[in-house]
Write a protein that binds this ligand. Structure first.
Ligand code: SAM
Length: 243
């Protein structure tokens, strides 16, 4: 099963035909399966809805735009917690890598943040690009959930929207306890905020603390804005992965 190719579909592509579940493939997906992956009729692949469900699926011998669902698969590759990363957008295309690697590590949701020191104002195509990168990384890492990438919002908006009992703001300077000390087995919904190259402003850190975020350290070294979320996700994955 592990060798089979994976493809993300939307739930609207699933339909029942004579008590048999089938998937209607888009033209782009047919091109990908038949031309790029060079699969042939009757070959099998794994279709995933990106929301936790995966099916063993077989390409149809007659119609290239339909494939047959053979069975629902029981895939357990997700972390047992939900992790939202609030990430101030770094410069250039660095966010592409953050989305890719944090998806592999199990992130549930990424909220791109426009902070006081954010230098980038992303174009509208960027969101689609990040969502596509998240889909591909989820397929590659055999996840069943494709993380949601939210529309970029200002820090001031995000700080009121994203709060749980386990919300943390990573601050590179200051005498704060390490994030690892707060990782507890009773948390199911964690939010972690990470600043841009220039760091969070003092005003932002204070606002976050007022909203219930705990300021935390990620260790003695100053990590790049790209490295910090990958490190935080690695810590969480190492703690919560069940095997
Ligand atoms: N220019 C900032 C400075 O010199 O203080 C450093 C910013 S750092 C490159 C980018 C972000 O990564 C920070 O805002 C913080 O959220 C996170 N970060 C990096 N290293 C960290 C550390 N050791 N502890 C906590 N957060 C860290």
């Amino acid at each position: 099963m592990s060798q089979l190719q994976r493809l993300t579909i939307t739930s609207s592509q699933l339909q029942e035909n004579n008590h048999q579940l089938e998937i209607i493939l888009t033209t782009q997906q047919q091109h990908y399966l038949f031309r790029v992956l060079r699969l042939a009729n009757n070959d099998k692949f794994i279709a995933m809805d990106g929301q936790g469900k995966c099916w063993l699926t077989q390409l149809n011998g007659i119609y290239q735009d339909k494939c047959q669902v053979l069975e629902l698969l029981d895939v357990k590759t997700e972390l047992p917690i939900s992790v939202t990363l609030m990430l101030a957008l770094p410069k250039g295309n660095a966010f592409d890598d953050v989305v890719r690697y944090c998806t592999e590590l199990g992130v549930t949701c990424i909220a791109p943040i426009l902070s006081d020191r954010t230098l980038l104002n992303p174009s509208s195509q960027k969101l689609q690009r990040w969502q596509r990168i998240a889909s591909e990384a989820a397929e590659q890492s055999e996840r069943t959930i494709v993380p949601t990438i939210l529309e970029p919002v200002t820090f001031n908006t995000a700080i009121y929207e994203f709060v749980t009992n386990h919300s943390y703001i990573c601050e590179a300077r200051g005498d704060y306890s390490h994030l690892k000390k707060f990782i507890a087995s009773n948390s199911d919904n964690i939010i972690i905020a990470i600043g841009p190259e220039g760091g969070w402003s003092e005003k932002e850190v204070n606002m976050a603390i007022d909203q219930g975020f705990k300021p935390v350290s990620l260790g003695s070294r100053i990590l790049r804005a790209v490295t910090a979320p990958i490190f935080a996700m690695s810590l969480l994955a190492a703690h919560y992965d069940s095997h």
